[in-house]
Design a binder for this molecule. Structure first.
Ligand code: PMP
Length: 383
């Protein structure tokens, strides 16, 4: 590499995701349980709204058009000035983490967790401190929120906690009482939070409680159109929080992206207007797939009982197979090579994920059945 152009410390601290490197080994025929990308269509009304401009797409105000901010505010039970439209939740995370942390701060991030969190914390010159989710036991399947594990990691430098509920990659949904206890402890310790609730509409067991219904002052909530409305590439998300923080972070968002894409902002207005009906149809599709995935893995003895309370990820406990494979990355490579099936190794989400495979049931029909059959065959063969 040239001496003249050198990536910064921040850029060098960013790691590529494991998903991307494994995907390089995919073929045309690969059955893909890897990407958390829904396969459903955008609704007619949303498509019309995207195309519904007058041929000009001027910049909107930085935080979003007034109409779009009002529509998201009505949807999220907020005021318009408490809303910023972002280029997907991804950009919202960048604005929130880089905009709220100083170099040297510590930020609590879930383990296992979505890889953007710790990478963005490092990009801010801050230090990610991983808090483990409670790993499944025979009495309590699923990865719950372990309040103690978070609280005991709070120190003088702790600035922020990142929460993700429902969780990618574990498919767990936080218990409301534990979440409330955690938010109280964080606020008492002077620690704010960012709650990534992009999977809020995919809750299979138990009620979903947003951090906003507990405390609106000390945290930001992020969500968007990618998962519920199948608009991944349109890059539309939102951040909801105290008006003063939204206002203070808007210039940062301005200098990053100016504004979220204007056609996608119109789409957001149409999408949230029909949100309730759209979610019913989408949930039916994913509830059926969830049932099929759980059934398929019931036929094999895993490290712990498979469970998925939220999102469309099953985090399959293959710890017993670590006697055959050194890492779940190796196992996932062998699965790709032998069975032409793509899943994501759990350690791609932090060390606590080792021994687990993330299976995204974002495919349906025969491919889903065939892929499940191959995975179960593979695990039986390598037992
Ligand atoms: N947060 C989580 C937990 C995710 O799983 C994803 C996408 N896989 C994102 C954020 C980013 O979503 P968006 O498309 O809105 O940027």
């Amino acid at each position: 590499m040239s001496d003249v152009l050198r990536p910064s410390r921040a850029a060098r601290s960013i790691e590529p995701t494991m998903i991307r490197s494994l995907r390089a080994g995919m073929r045309e025929s690969t059955i893909d349980f890897g990407l958390g990308q829904t396969d459903l269509e955008i609704s007619e009304a949303v498509r019309e709204a995207i195309g519904g401009g007058d041929g000009r797409e001027p910049y909107t105000p930085n935080a979003g058009s007034r109409e779009a901010r009002e529509a998201i505010a009505a949807h999220a039970d907020a005021d318009a000035d408490e809303v910023m439209l972002t280029c997907g939740v991804q950009e919202g995370l960048a604005v929130a983490i880089l905009g709220l942390c100083n170099p040297g701060d510590e930020v609590l991030v879930p383990n296992p967790g979505f890889p953007a969190y710790d990478n963005l914390v490092r990009a801010a010159g801050a230090t990610p401190v991983r808090y483990p989710l409670a790993a499944p036991t025979p009495d309590s399947p699923g990865w719950g929120l372990d309040v103690e594990a978070v609280v005991e990691r709070i120190g003088d430098a702790t600035r922020l906690a990142v929460l993700n509920n429902p969780s990618n990659p574990t498919g767990s949904v936080f218990d409301a009482d534990r979440l409330e206890a955690l938010l109280t402890a964080l606020e008492d310790a002077g620690v704010g939070w960012i709650s990534d609730e992009i999977y809020e509409d995919y809750v299979w067991e138990g009620p979903f409680v947003s951090t906003r219904s507990i405390n609106r002052q000390a945290g930001l909530v992020l969500s968007g159109l990618s998962k519920t409305h199948h608009m991944m590439g349109w890059r539309l998300g939102w951040m909801v929080g105290p008006a003063a923080i939204i206002e203070a972070l808007t210039p940062f968002h301005q200098h990053l992206v100016t504004c979220a894409p204007s056609p996608a902002q119109r789409a957001a207005i149409a999408a949230v207007a029909e949100h309730d009906e759209a979610v019913v149809a989408t949930r039916e599709v994913f509830a059926d797939r969830r049932r099929r995935v759980l059934e398929a893995f019931e036929s094999i003895e895993l490290g712990s009982e498979p469970s998925v309370d939220g999102a469309f990820y099953l985090f399959v406990d293959v710890r017993p197979w670590l006697s055959q494979f050194d890492t779940t990355l190796q196992l996932a490579r062998a699965l790709l090579h032998e069975e032409d099936v793509m899943v994501v190794p759990g350690e791609g989400f932090g060390p606590a994920g080792l021994g687990h495979l993330r299976v995204a049931f974002t495919i349906g029909g025969d491919a889903l059945e065939e892929g499940l059959r191959r995975m179960v065959d593979f695990l039986q063969r390598h037992r």
